[in-house]
Design a binder for this molecule. Structure first.
Ligand code: FAD
Ligand code: MLT
Ligand code: ZN
Length: 471
């Protein structure tokens, strides 16, 4: 190890090689405090060449690396194991915006750029970088790409994968693959870019990316709507998709229980809809035409929904501050859950046609088998992405409850997901949290193909081992 450190100090200044416990501590525990590991060192490179030199050294000494961005991921992907032999490669110093190309409508970002800085830079230039999620003030582009993050704009602009045109990646050999191209058409064999996106640091280290920009919308209207049941929220989505089509840029569902939790921990985030209805839906329409045009469309669709008894109440934000407060309420649910204590998250996708029966049957089974549990549901309904979360019964110790029941609760939910032909990871990834569940979910053939790819690209298994797949 001493030789490794000596050689490392020829690549990085000493202050960027953290080996003291107090310096390493902030990098060892994930956002949810669900995973904590140990690391031999935390390395902070600032260029792709430095990353490449570090990976070469790790390959030479067979030392495993855990790539890390903002460490906001929910599946323990960026947290090392407990051996104390792994090193963390945190990309936060690689935070340059390399280029904005207006004619091409692209922005080239280094992996350590904070998502919010990328959004702000795009806006300064009159463009929209549409990736948006609650962690945007601290998550980084490299982490977003590595997890193929989703968020609140997916129904209009797609996942992070759909926003990426080119990548720069350091391979397990320590070579730099320069795929930094802003092309919208490029059929030159296997799609290496798409292979690295969503691979959670197990196939290569993403150091930079060319991302798509879109014209900034001129007008935006945001509304909160009350629905009595999940069937009505789906009918409402269908109505908006038909009538507003590509103007629909947000469709988020929040249950009464999730907003009650918000109000408990953040009283200023109380639901403005009277009586906090069973389902509150946040809807956003955006357009490039006048404010009036979108407002009229929104009102017409809401009137139609009232007439069809799909909705029982609605409040349209009268200004940007109020619109932002609706979004803050939605984004605070995760924070309220964190305040409440340990809970079990299931980030799933269900075909919209099966969502109603999924929720009814899963809720019933859950209440029967685990009396008193609190079901805290919300999600990006426009994408069929449900965050189906289980909080322990009030008055029980969350740690003991979760230790006893976690496996059984995951089995129940994932069994229902399989029945509905859904996915056990819509947007958060696999990491270490779902490592054991993936094989059964993907099936033997797909799982074997994934292992073959991992072995081919990282034969020494030094890139984030035992995350996503174990070889
Ligand atoms: P990290 O957590 O640091 O890493 C995540 C994974 O990517 C790890 O496996 C890591 O090894 C790997 N990785 C990181 N950087 C690189 C790199 N440069 N090269 C290769 N591999 C790398 N997620 C959603 O999808 N949608 C949401 O709406 C959403 N909302 C959230 C709200 C809150 C409040 C929080 C705390 C999290 C939320 N997340 C959401 C989860 C999380 O923010 C995303 O997964 C995000 O993309 C992770 O980015 P990060 O920089 O924090 O990555
Ligand atoms: C969200 O949709 O708010 C995020 O995915 C975070 C979460 O699931 O808690
Ligand atoms: Zn989400």
């Amino acid at each position: 190890m001493q030789n490794f450190i000596n050689q490392l100090s020829q690549v990085l200044e000493k202050k960027y090689i953290l080996t003291q416990d107090e310096d390493k501590a902030p990098y060892l525990t994930d956002w949810r405090k669900r995973f904590t590991g140990k690391a031999f060192a935390v390395l902070l490179p600032s260029t792709s060449n430095e990353v490449a030199a570090i990976v070469k050294l790790c390959a030479q000494y067979q030392i495993a690396l855990v790539p890390q961005g903002g460490h906001t991921g929910f599946c323990g992907g960026a947290t090392p194991d407990n051996s104390g032999k792994q090193v963390i490669l945190n990309l936060k110093r690689m935070n340059q915006i390399r280029e904005i190309d207006i004619a091409n409508q692209t922005i080239t970002l280094e992996a350590g750029c904070i998502l919010q800085s990328a959004q702000e830079k795009a806006a300064e230039n009159g463009y929209l970088f549409p990736l948006s999620l609650g962690a945007e003030g601290s998550c980084m582009i490299g982490g977003n790409l590595a997890t193929n993050a989703g968020g609140t704009n997916v129904l209009r602009y797609g996942n992070t994968r759909d926003l990426c045109l080119g990548l720069e990646v350091v391979t397990a050999k320590g070579e730099i693959w320069n795929g930094i191209k802003g092309l919208r058409k490029d059929n030159t064999g296997y799609d290496l870019r798409d292979l690295f996106i969503g691979s959670e640091g197990t196939l290569g280290i993403i150091t930079a990316a060319v991302m798509k920009l879109y014209p900034l919308p001129v007008s935006q209207w945001t509304t909160l709507v009350a629905c009595e049941n999940i069937a009505s929220t789906i009918a409402l989505l269908t109505l908006f998709q038909k009538r507003a089509n590509s103007l629909l840029t947000g469709f988020e569902m929040m249950t009464r229980e999730s907003l009650n939790l918000n109000e408990k921990h953040f009283p200023q985030m109380a639901n403005p809809l009277q009586g906090n209805p069973p389902y509150t839906v946040l809807i956003e329409l955006s357009d490039h035409e006048s404010e009036e045009h979108v407002r009229q469309l929104l009102e017409t669709i809401l009137e139609d929904a009232f007439e069809k008894s799909i909705i029982s109440d609605a409040v349209i934000a009268s200004n940007l501050t109020q619109a932002n407060s609706f979004w803050h309420m939605r984004e605070h649910i995760t924070l309220a859950q964190a305040e409440e204590g340990a809970n079990l998250k299931h980030d799933i996708t269900i075909p919209l046609s099966s969502l109603d029966s999924f929720i009814r049957e899963t809720d019933e089974l859950m209440r029967e088998k685990f009396p008193g549990v609190r079901i805290i549901n919300f999600g990006h309904l426009g994408d069929g992405n449900l965050h189906y979360n289980i909080a322990p019964p009030l008055g029980t110790d969350p740690k003991t409850f979760n230790e006893t029941n976690e496996k059984l609760i995951h089995e129940l939910v994932y069994g229902q997901v399989e029945r509905c032909k859904g996915s056990i990871s819509a947007e958060h990834g696999v990491g270490q949290l779902k490592l054991d569940d993936l094989r059964g979910h993907k099936g033997e053939v797909a799982h074997d193909l994934m292992k073959m790819l991992k072995t081919a690209l990282d034969p020494q298994n030094i890139l984030n081992p035992h995350k996503v797949v174990s070889i």
